[in-house]
Design a binder for this molecule. Structure first.
Ligand code: ATP
Length: 370
């Protein structure tokens, strides 16, 4: 398997630690990843299919990579592993990379990659996500196995749909039957009424100060790692966010309209401060339980996002985890209310580069890559 301990050690032994290049597919959150890598003094590589991407980056010289690798298909990355390694490249994964390569190909990519790529397998299945999050102490929305049992608002989610595409709300079996596409695999989940918060955390196993995760110990019995809350966003979703402007749900249905949940953008938010301890408890639980997911699991490393709804009883319901940088963190390229407390001009992309820089300085890259 790519990125296993022995193989990673072999790759890294040939790397010049003073000449590391940060490589990223030029979409999703690449602007902040490249901008942050440059701010931390790294060489940078942008990977793209189609001139449109390269042209777009000309509008943002602060994030233009030192070098471009132009491809006809992202899957060509798999054949270019030697080329990447000759340039001391560390790939920063994000949602688009995993989508373009496919989860299995991504795991097989023969290039050092930031974070623990095996954990993305747990993230990609709804059942495995639930096992992970519930083990960590998160309360999740209930699932309904039989559509005949729908007796209140539910959200129907298709497997593999991205960015909420195709999801719909049903109040009863009739609604469900009218909208469902039985050709697709779906999950029926209790609809949670409340406000949404997409909390981007960062777990840095190299640090040993700050907010520590209970139970994370080095072999010598010292507490290790630091959990940080970097930023929180909320998605703009078309057209559920604006639906109320057209009248009641019944009026809309009479017009043949149904709410949809397609992400079109993001806005930065902060949590009511008294909710922060609970937010940290959830983040801490997700990190601690990530070590229990499989025999010898390396657990969560780097950025991860808990997607939650806070109800009017001030309770969190976590409906999803992303075990990587999320595109919503683009609202904080120049800092966030939380990051700015500790350091100006930090971003999630830059925090990743900082983690790599510190690990390289301490000769501990092996602990944060796979
Ligand atoms: P991505 O993988 O891009 O994060 P996705 O396609 O897996 O997204 P979800 O994040 O599960 O989709 O959900 C999409 C949207 O649907 C959410 O942003 C939220 O607005 C809404 N949503 C999801 N689950 C619930 C729920 N249980 N109750 C209420 N709303 C929900």
């Amino acid at each position: 398997m790519a990125g296993s301990g022995e193989q990673l050690a072999e790759w890294l032994s040939a790397y010049n630690h003073d000449e590391i290049t940060i490589g990223v597919v030029a979409s999703h959150s690449a602007l902040q990843i490249l901008h942050g890598a440059r701010a931390e003094g790294f060489r940078t590589l942008g990977i793209a299919v189609g001139e449109g991407r390269r042209k777009m980056f000309k509008a943002f010289p602060g994030a233009e990579p030192d070098e471009w690798l132009m491809l006809d298909d992202y899957k060509q990355m798999l054949d270019k592993a030697d080329w990447f390694r000759e340039r001391n490249v560390i790939i920063i994964p994000h949602g688009s990379l995993v989508e373009y390569l496919g989860a299995d190909n991504f795991i097989d990519l023969q290039v050092p990659t930031f974070g623990n790529r095996r954990i993305l397998k747990w993230e990609s299945g709804r059942d495995t996500q639930r096992e992970w999050l519930e083990m960590g102490g998160c309360t999740m929305p209930k699932t309904i196995d039989d559509p005949h049992d729908i007796d209140g608002p539910v959200i129907v989610k298709y497997a593999g749909a991205k960015g909420g595409r195709g999801y719909f709300v049903a109040r009863n079996f009739r609604d469900f039957r009218r909208n469902v596409d039985l050709e697709e695999d779906f999950t029926i989940q209790e609809y949670i009424l409340g406000t949404r918060y997409y909390m981007q955390f960062f777990y840095d196993p190299i640090c040993d100060d700050g907010y520590q995760v209970e139970g994370m110990m080095s072999r010598e019995g010292q507490e290790i790692g630091r959990l940080e809350l970097l930023t929180i966003d909320r998605r703009d979703e078309a057209n559920v966010d604006e639906f109320y402007k057209l009248g009641s749900l019944r009026d809309l249905r009479d017009m043949g309209l149904e709410p949809s949940f397609v992400v079109t953008g993001n806005a930065e938010v902060v949590l009511r401060e008294s909710l922060l301890p609970e937010a940290f408890r959830l983040g801490e639980g997700a990190v601690a339980s990530s070590l229990e997911l499989e025999e010898g699991a390396r657990g969560m490393i780097g950025p991860f996002c808990l997607e939650a709804i806070v109800t009017d009883k001030l309770e969190f319901r976590v409906f999803e985890v992303s075990a990587r940088i999320v595109a919503g963190s683009n609202v904080s390229i120049g800092g966030s209310p939380y990051m700015n407390i500790n350091e100006d001009n930090m971003s999630v992309g830059r925090r990743i580069a900082r983690c790599i820089k510190k690990a390289a300085e301490k000769n501990r890259l092996q602990e944060i890559l796979s």
